[in-house]
Write a protein that binds this ligand. Structure first.
Ligand SMILES: [Zn+2]
Length: 197
C-alpha cells in the first residue's frame, strides 16, 4: 500500500499515512491533494487521482512530540550509511557504550557501524580499543527526520521536506549509501546513482 505525506495547513510535515487514510481525508474535505502519484482509484461512483502529498485544510495544533524516534533507517540516514568508526559501508547498529555495560539504546549512544568494526569492538569500550569517534552522536533535529525515519519515501515529497532538514539525509539515502549489502570494491558516493531520464 503506497503511503502519503500529510502536511499541516502551515505546510509543516505531520506524518505519513496509508493511501486509504489520506483518501478519506480528501473525500471528507479535510485535506486537499497537493501532489498526485499518477495512479487512480475507483470507487462505486467516481474515479479519484491517488494523492502523494496532502495538506490539511485546518491547522492542527501538534503537541510536543519528544525526540525523533530512534529507528534503524533514521540512524543510518543520520550517519550517512557509513561506519562511524572506519567510514566503511554500515551494515549494523552499534552501541558505543555496550548495553552489557549499561549503555542506553539512545541517539547519543548508537552509531551505524560496519560488520567488521562491530565484530572487533564487541562488548568493549572505545578507550579499551583506543578508538575515537570523529563526531559525538546526537539526536537528529528537524521535522523531516520523523518522515525519513518511517522508511517510506517518495521523490514528490522532497520539496515539502527540504525546508525542514531533509536535504542532506535524503541525498545520502538516494546516493545508495544505505544499500544493505556491503560493497567489496570502493565506490564513490555518486557512482551507483542511476542517471535520471
Ligand atoms: Zn567500520
Amino acid at each position: 500500500m503506497p503511503h502519503v505525506l500529510v502536511l499541516n495547513a502551515s505546510y509543516e510535515p505531520l506524518g505519513v499515512v496509508p493511501l486509504r487514510r489520506a483518501l478519506v481525508l480528501v473525500l471528507e474535505n479535510k485535506a486537499v491533494s497537493l501532489e498526485e502519484s499518477g495512479a487512480f482509484l475507483h470507487s462505486a461512483t467516481r474515479v479519484v487521482a491517488a494523492p502523494s502529498v496532502v495538506r490539511l485544510k485546518r491547522f492542527v495544533r501538534v503537541p510536543y512530540r519528544g525526540p525523533v524516534p530512534l529507528t534503524r533507517k533514521a540512524l543510518f540516514a543520520r550517519d550517512g550509511g557509513r561506519c562511524m568508526y572506519c567510514g566503511g559501508v554500515a551494515t549494523s547498529v552499534d552501541h558505543v557504550v555496550p548495553r552489557s555495560r549499561g549503555g542506553q539504546h539512545a541517539w547519543d549512544n548508537v552509531v551505524a557501524a560496519c560488520r567488521r568494526c562491530n565484530h572487533v569492538k564487541a562488548d568493549r569500550q572505545l578507550r579499551e580499543l583506543g578508538w575515537r569517534l570523529h563526531q559525538q552522536p546526537a539526536p537528529p533535529s528537524g521535522l523531516a527526520w520523523r518522515i525519513i525515519g518511517t522508511g517510506h519515501r517518495d521523490p514528490r515529497w522532497l520539496p515539502y521536506l527540504q525546508p525542514y532538514g531533509a536535504d542532506a539525509a535524503l541525498a545520502r539515502i538516494d546516493s545508495g549509501a544505505l544499500s544493505a549489502t556491503p560493497s567489496t570494491t570502493p565506490v564513490s558516493p555518486h557512482a551507483s546513482t542511476p542517471v535520471s531520464p
